[in-house]
Design a binder for this molecule. Sequence first.
Ligand code: GTP
Ligand code: MG
Length: 231
Amino acid sequence: MKKKTTIIIPTYNEEKNIKKILKILEPKKREIIIVDDNSQDATAMIAKKMGAHVISRPEKMGIGSAIRDGLKHATCEKIILMDADFSHNPHQTKQIEQELEKTSVVFLSRFVKGGGFEQKAHRLIGTKTLNILTKKILRLKTQDNTNGHFGIKKETIKKILKKYEEKKVNPFYTLYQTSIAYACSELGIKIKEIPTTYKNRMAGITKLSSINTGIEQLKMIIKLKITNLKT
Ligand SMILES: Nc1nc2c(ncn2[C@@H]2O[C@H](COP(=O)(O)OP(=O)(O)OP(=O)(O)O)[C@@H](O)[C@H]2O)c(=O)[nH]1
Ligand SMILES: [Mg+2]
């Protein structure tokens, strides 16, 4: 039977999480694309063994470009983007797929009723502040625009990427969900937000610097703000 969902996961040294998460995501039923940046551990090998499609890149090149490269290989009508470390709940996959039967874009939101953020206080404050700034400056209606866990129809993301290409703006940076939210808002594409709880990574260490991500995000929201996607 033809698979209906592609799940794209960027990875860098996630050998302690990858087997468990792929078991839940079921590569037999779904097209799973792992974009691995030359992990120094067994991440790529385990992912291949479990039936995922592994795109191996020569060095650590960042999440945004990993998602861009993963999307180039996605063949299914429904696309889900998420991390490998269980911060994003893999058990919500079926729910996202069901929502994508009815709507084009589904955001998993930590900041709507029923959502949660189980992390240290300083992370919560940093994430919330960045989210509030992002929402206010870009006049977004969605409550969570930086989680990185969402579902989107292939035709919708194609339309959005074409728009960014026309405007010569690269939408693929670390918190790239914001450029999707902004495009939806400007182009009148409805987003459904469903609650989720963001958890501490299950195993392994972080690969991102919060400060660099924050600075990049501030630069990007200014860049997006001056980009008119409506014409
Ligand atoms: N391909 C690729 N994947 C990356 C890169 N940096 C991080 N990742 C993956 O992107 C996802 C998010 O990175 P994390 O290190 O969990 O970042 P975070 O969620 O801010 O930090 P944690 O608190 O540790 O969860 C994980 O699946 C990482 O393995 C990269 O440069 N390239
Ligand atoms: Mg993480």
